[in-house]
Design a protein around this ligand. Structure first.
Ligand code: GLN
Ligand code: ZN
Length: 758
């Protein structure tokens, strides 16, 4: 039995790619130096897979920024505004991802969206009416050759044509239909070229097949692939799906002339059932996704051996595979020096997952798998209790009643009370919370962590930053201020560190977008709060100003979604545990005189199940109540804000309103203002601050463009309900970018305010 990996993380164990790319952006290193870092990372990753005995190693899973953007460039899907800048290929590529402002012009970046149900963000390809799709690049071929020259035969991977069309945005009058022939031709050309190069397998990634598919989708899939596969040369084609099962197209897909089909047995609830019911063609290879590419727990060989045994009755050729790309887990446990072996033995990051695949290969190649050392050792991990329990938490959860999820009085009455109490101007201005995490801010935290400075020194520095931040916001003229979050490395890790029940890694970085990586905590037990977390800094910030300063918290769904969850209790129970802990913090803030409290649910939309039929039963039915539980205990005059990244929530708009916050801020700048129309249509009650500019790009928005956005919003949103803010926290930006941007934002709000009859 052979082993395969869908894709490997690419940023480097020590985030080498991130640091090199950032240096390149700042002109500190040359393009050649950046390329050489990239090459050595690719080489390392291929070799580590080779050394672990992986049979199907992937190439072209590397990316300088994002592999959907790579595919767009490969297919010549480059909007003319970028081509007009006449930059060289790599710079044009980065400009599509980040925008450009300089002597050659001023263009915005392409939008960014979450990749299915993950916290990885892809760049949204834009297909304009004048787009001509054709094979226009060489990256997959170059990378295949790079590996080959190292003596490693790889299977190059490319985002499949169907998924590409599904995730792309059509900006003009043309639709998918208009591009089918061209895109099929481009993919046929890719296959032909690989065949000519002697490539043995090519992988097309088609996660979009796990979603709800319509009749038209099925027709499209058949059309595209029958055309692409008719041009197939000697290279075998693997159709790789992940993030769920392909129940809507299984029988169609297995009937097509693919050589291999990759199915996800971890997230795909119905995958096994589908194989059993429809069977699996003898002439094809099943790439069975059994090692979880999204979570970090050791594989339970008992379950895997049973599953493969069962599959063996239906499939002749099986390859052991990861369930999705390993991009979504950290690199390795090797450098985790402060985690004890007791914990580590239960964990598997990317490199350890390679070892699991190779151990499973050994186990499954013998007659009596259960007698192998690998199997016996593995099973020891699963005997006995593993997670930390807390009886008080369990009791509190079981004592919850309906009333705990309802805030009184209702929204309309609270809105009146808060307008009178807070007395804010129309179109109040605010920010999302964090201010730039400058080198000195990071140094302060790391010096404290390393023990180089005392707690007093550490706090004194943070207080100084808070007072500067308050002064800056007052000077710019904001109405509702924030303390700036200088004590926080990351909005989830910070809370996890201050709650009980979490474990942390030192180097467990996972790519979130481009050069940004996050270090998700690991949920190891029942979650509780032993002492106030944010109260001191919030109270201090509030003491410096007569304006309101928002208390700033992260919500339970986001803490859960951005952690690696335990697998022994339900996500619902886990979310409620976190909710009770954050609820205590909300009440402490309120008791300390904080009038406005923001509870960020940046990641709420992210884990919405990919299939509509699961939305409520598997997710919203507990996620929305978890949020309500956090704030239902506050007084009517305390204003609760929430923030969500990305405005892709038109389809769950009622549920968002049902979170029953008083104000919600969200991203809107980067993905046009269509959400605003939806707010109007559904008579959204919550006050809203659709972000007026994109903080993910270094570009500075002008006063007139912010005014224009606000005027558009005012066509649909009553002026009493509109807030003015950037679209996300400012921590990833520099002061030189945010100060002029925020000044323009306040100037724009003031200008518009003048024209309003109030
Ligand atoms: N309050 C957080 C911040 O400003 C929110 C971040 C986020 O939405 N991702 O950084
Ligand atoms: Zn955000």
């Amino acid at each position: 039995m052979k082993t395969s990996v869908i894709g490997y993380p690419r940023v480097g164990i020590f985030r080498e790619l991130k640091f090199s790319t950032e240096k390149y952006f700042k002109n500190i290193i040359t393009k050649e130096e950046l390329r050489s870092t990239a090459f050595s990372l690719k080489e390392t990753h291929w070799k580590v897979q080779k050394n672990n005995g992986i049979d199907f190693i992937t190439s072209n899973d590397f990316s300088f920024y994002d592999n959907v953007l790579d595919t767009a460039v490969l297919l010549n899907v480059v909007p003319s505004r970028y081509k007009q800048l006449k930059l060289d290929a790599l710079d044009e590529y980065f400009v599509m991802a980040r925008g450009y402002q300089g002597e050659k012009g001023d263009v915005k970046a392409l939008s960014m969206k979450k990749w299915f149900n993950t916290n990885y963000h892809y760049i949204v390809p834009e297909i304009d009416d004048d787009t001509e799709i054709s094979l226009a690049g060489t990256k997959p071929f170059d990378e295949y050759m790079e590996a080959k020259n190292l003596g490693i035969e790889t299977k190059p991977t490319i985002i499949g044509a169907f998924t590409f069309l599904i995730v792309a945005k059509f900006t003009g009058g043309k639709t998918v239909e208009d591009f089918i022939n061209d895109i099929a031709q481009a993919y046929s050309d890719i296959l032909r070229k690989f065949s000519e190069m002697g490539t043995k397998w090519v992988q097309f990634e088609e996660p979009a097949l796990v979603m709800d598919l319509s009749e038209e989708d099925l027709i499209l899939i058949k059309k595209i692939y029958s055309s692409i596969l008719s041009a197939k040369g000697s290279a075998k084609v693997l159709l790789q799906t992940y993030f769920g099962d392909i129940r809507d197209c299984y029988s169609e897909v297995v009937a097509m002339p693919f050589d291999g089909i990759g199915l996800d047995f971890v997230e795909g609830k119905k995958t096994l059932e589908l194989v059993k019911y429809f069977g699996f063609p003898e002439d094809k290879t099943l790439f069975a996704g059994i090692v979880n590419g999204k979570n970090i727990w050791r594989n339970n060989y008992f379950n895997t051996v049973n599953l493969i045994g069962e599959l063996g009755r239906y499939c002749r050729n099986i390859v052991l595979n990861t369930s999705c790309s390993l991009l979504h887990v950290p690199y390795t446990l090797k450098n985790e020096s402060s985690l004890s072996a007791e914990y580590k033995k239960h964990l598997a990051f990317a490199e350890e997952k390679l070892k699991e695949l190779s151990e499973l290969k050994v186990i499954l190649s013998v007659n009596n798998p259960l007698s192998t050392n690998e199997y016996i050792e593995n099973q020891k991990l699963f005997n006995g209790a593993r997670y930390r329990q807390n009886e008080n938490v369990r009791k509190a959860i079981s004592a919850l009643s309906q009333e705990d999820f309802i805030r009184h009085p209702n929204f309309e009455e609270r809105e009146k009370i808060q307008k009178a109490e807070l007395n804010l101007p129309p179109l109040p201005t605010t920010t999302i919370g964090s201010f730039p995490q400058t080198a000195e801010v990071k140094a302060n935290r790391s010096d404290y962590k390393k023990g180089n400075i005392s707690f007093e020194e550490y706090t004194a520095f943070n207080r100084k930053k808070i007072s500067e931040c308050i002064a800056l916001q007052e000077k710019i003229g904001f109405d509702v201020l924030v303390h700036g979050e200088f004590e926080r490395n990351d909005m989830v890790e910070y809370f996890a560190e201050n709650l009980d029940g979490f474990l942390f890694t030192e180097k467990g970085w996972v790519q979130s977008y481009g050069t940004r990586c996050v270090k998700p905590p690991i949920i190891w037990g029942d979650i509780s709060r032993s002492k106030p977390i944010t109260v001191d800094y919030s109270v201090y910030a509030q003491s410096l100003t007569s304006k309101y300063v928002k208390g700033m918290l992260t919500g339970p769904v986001t803490i859960l979604n951005w952690s690696f969850p335990r697998e022994d209790i339900s996500l619902k129970d886990c979310a409620f545990q976190i909710a009770l802990a954050i609820r205590d913090e909300v009440l402490d803030l309120e008791a300390s005189g904080i009038k406005i409290i923001q509870i960020d649910e940046a990641a709420l939309r992210e884990k919405l199940p990919l299939r509509k039929s699961d939305w409520h039963s598997e997710y919203l039915d507990w996620a929305i109540p978890a949020f309500r539980l956090v704030h239902s205990g506050v007084k009517p005059e305390t204003q609760i804000h929430t923030h969500m990244c990305y405005s892709e929530f038109a389809d769950i708009i009622k549920d968002i309103d049902n979170m029953d916050a008083d104000v919600i801020t969200f991203e809107a700048a980067r993905s046009d203002l269509s959400i605003v129309e939806t707010l109007k249509e559904c008579e959204f009650k919550t006050e809203v601050g659709p972000g007026v500019y994109d903080i993910h790009s270094p570009r500075i928005p002008s006063v007139s463009e912010i005014k224009e956005a606000l005027l558009k919003m005012l066509e649909k949103i009553p002026k009493e309900k509109l807030w003015v803010n950037p679209d996300c926290g400012l921590k990833t930006r520099g002061n030189e970018e945010i100060i002029p941007s925020l000044e323009n934002l306040v100037a724009a709000a003031r200008d518009i305010r003048k024209g309003l009859s109030v």
